[in-house]
Design a protein around this ligand. Structure first.
Ligand code: NAD
Length: 301
């Protein structure tokens, strides 16, 4: 049993905190939204009135916030939570794990500030979506020191199934962005291929079944097919509701573009995909599953 502070109890953080409580950890939960705190309490956590109160006697601090500015604001200060930032309130020796998807540069900045205070910090963004968060089957993609990861491992295993150590601080974020950039490109390409087939009168189900055992196969053909009616359980077959939001994919591709610029890396397809998801958002599909990007080339999908 560990004393864990959990900050950010949204779609992902809420079920993750619930799984930690279920595994027998003492979880003190905080979110700016009182309703999210109440839900965590119903799932077995203790409520904290502030982030500082949550971390007061914590051995492990976990955060799951929307974006870089929230993570920097929380830990480094300068936002509504107070000038000092939370790092100043975290007990010496505690381990800090940020699971949000943020810019690698932000992750490194916060980890350096934590190190300057003698705190070990990991960036541990996740893959697996809200279903994985609920089922406790997330994949953690980790950057930071190996020794810190070994301390975190039993806690991560209460929320997920796979843990990958990618390198030093920020490396978890870079790896997560690489995966999601490939996913974004592949989804758009698969939609385009199915639209081309449909334009020639092909049946999308038959085309997908062939592609799924051929060289064009991917998660997009087999699990989250973007064409309505091909896979019963895919978001496309329920009006693109649920799944991984177009706006979240757009956010991750924006982070990939920033990361590419900072390293001088060329990502021509990633940049193109970012524009496609931006167009899909502008068309009013931002909250739909990202496979709705197929609508850009197939109006009736
Ligand atoms: P969300 O918006 O549902 O939850 C974020 C929570 O953080 C909200 O409840 C908000 O009130 C809270 N919050 C914001 N600032 C805070 C602060 N300073 N102190 C305390 N609480 C604060 O977002 P989510 O879907 O849970 O995603 C969280 C992160 O996980 C994001 O970085 C996202 O990109 C990443 N992610 C999401 C998914 C997904 O499918 N939703 C999948 C993988 C990764």
């Amino acid at each position: 049993m560990q004393r864990i502070a959990f900050i950010g109890l949204g779609h992902m953080g809420g079920p993750m905190a619930a799984n930690l409580a279920r595994a027998g950890h003492a979880v003190r939960a905080f979110d700016l939204d009182a309703g999210a705190v109440a839900a965590a309490v119903a799932a077995g956590a203790q409520a904290a009135a502030s982030a500082a109160e949550a971390v007061a006697d914590a051995e492990v601090v976990i955060s799951m916030l929307p974006a870089s500015r929230h993570v920097e604001g929380l830990y480094l200060g300068g936002d509504a939570l107070g000038e000092d930032g939370l790092l100043a309130a975290i007990p010496a020796g505690a381990l800090v794990v940020d699971c949000s998807t943020i810019a690698p540069a932000s992750a490194r900045k916060v980890a350096e500030a934590a190190a300057a205070r003698g705190l070990a910090m990991l960036d541990a963004p996740v893959s697996g979506g809200t279903a994985g968060a609920q089922a406790g089957t997330l994949t953690f993609i980790v950057g930071g020191e190996a020794a810190a990861l070994e301390r975190a491992r039993p806690v991560l295993q209460a929320m997920g199934r796979n843990v990958f150590h990618m390198g030093d601080a920020g490396a978890g974020q870079v790896a997560k962005l690489c995966n999601n950039m490939a996913l974004g490109v592949i989804m758009a390409a698969t939609g385009e291929a199915l639209a081309l087939g449909a334009a020639h009168g092909l049946d999308a189900k038959a085309l997908s079944a062939m592609m799924a055992v051929s060289t064009g196969r991917s998660w997009a053909t087999e699990v989250c097919n973007p064409w309505p009616g091909v896979l019963e359980n895919a978001p496309a077959s329920r009006g693109y509701a649920g799944g991984f939001g177009n706006d979240l994919m757009l956010k991750d591709l924006g982070l990939a573009a920033e990361a590419a610029m900072s390293a001088g890396a060329a990502i021509p397809l990633g940049e193109l995909a970012r524009n496609l998801y931006a167009m899909n958002s502008a068309a009013g599909n931002g909250r739909l599953d990202f496979s709705s990007v197929v609508r850009l080339v197939a109006k009736d999908a």
